[in-house]
Ligand binder design. Structure first.
Ligand SMILES: [Mg+2]
Length: 261
């Protein structure tokens, strides 16, 4: 395992399961962030969770004692807005997501349209209803492109995992036979946005996350330094079974402090 962080100037930090679980900050997080600052390293918080926007996460982190501006956070929702504007080049979308996700789409210049949308956009919809599912499937079967903000099957909470965007995607795909374009981790689109903000190259950047199939997979694909924490979803047994191992596996973020100091 590579435990030398001498060449690493920037850290991408996953949030759910890495920095906190629900509303509980993991021990050592504040000291880890202080060590990053002390050693002049950049940090960007990163999440596939599209139920809140950057401002929402900024409030949440600030409430937990981590002062961070909305620009210090990249969500899959923000990356989805970029994709819709820059790649898909659509304006009218049918959205399945929270009020915050809808607001993020509107703020990004998109129009919410439940009559003739140019894309069906799925986020982590904590307000999902059967009516929304039915309409989304009808549009998709009519040939409207299907875009999902991220592939996570579940979201970790202090009460156990709850169904996330990937699980809702699976339902829609089962009903329509059509798989979406997926934007969030582990896909490259999100990494490029993050590296641009950090001003770092893949070789100078480490990703710290709790999931093999999103965080670590993204690091592998983009050739970032990969650090898996076992404080969230993945277990040592998962690592043992994984075809490709992260550069470093630690019980939690606290164990990284001596390695970067
Ligand atoms: Mg996570």
């Amino acid at each position: 395992m590579n435990e030398d962080f001498g060449d690493i100037t920037s850290f991408l930090l996953d949030m759910d399961g890495t920095v906190y679980l629900s509303d509980k900050l993991f021990p050592g997080v504040l000291d880890f962030l202080a060590a990053l600052r002390r050693t002049g390293r950049g940090v960007l918080f990163f999440t596939n969770n599209s139920s809140q926007d950057g401002a929402g996460y900024s409030r949440k982190l600030t409430g937990l004692g981590i002062a961070v501006e909305p620009g210090g956070i990249v969500t899959s929702g923000a990356a989805t807005v970029d994709y819709l504007n820059d790649v898909a080049r659509v304006q009218r979308v049918y959205a399945l997501g929270t009020a915050s996700f809808e607001e993020e789409l509107r703020a990004g210049g998109l129009l919410l349209d439940d009559q003739q949308p140019q894309a069906v956009v799925l986020g982590f919809d904590l307000t999902l209803t059967y009516d929304k599912l039915r309409r989304a499937c009808q549009f998709i079967l009519q040939g409207v492109p299907f875009i999902a903000s991220h592939p996570d099957l579940t979201c970790p909470t202090s009460e156990g995992p709850i169904p996330d965007c990937g699980a809702i995607t699976a339902l829609i795909t089962a009903a329509t036979g059509i798989a979406p374009v997926v934007i969030g981790k582990p896909h490259r689109y999100m990494v490029d946005a993050a590296l641009k903000r950090l001003g770092s190259t893949p070789a100078q950047t480490a990703i710290v996350g709790d999931r093999l199939y999103t965080d670590m997979e993204m690091g592998f694909r983009s050739e970032l330094r990969t650090v898996l924490v076992l404080s969230g979803e993945s277990t040592e047994a998962d690592v043992a079974k994984a075809a490709r191992k992260p550069d470093l596996v630690v019980p939690s973020i606290a164990e990284l402090i001596p390695l970067i100091s």
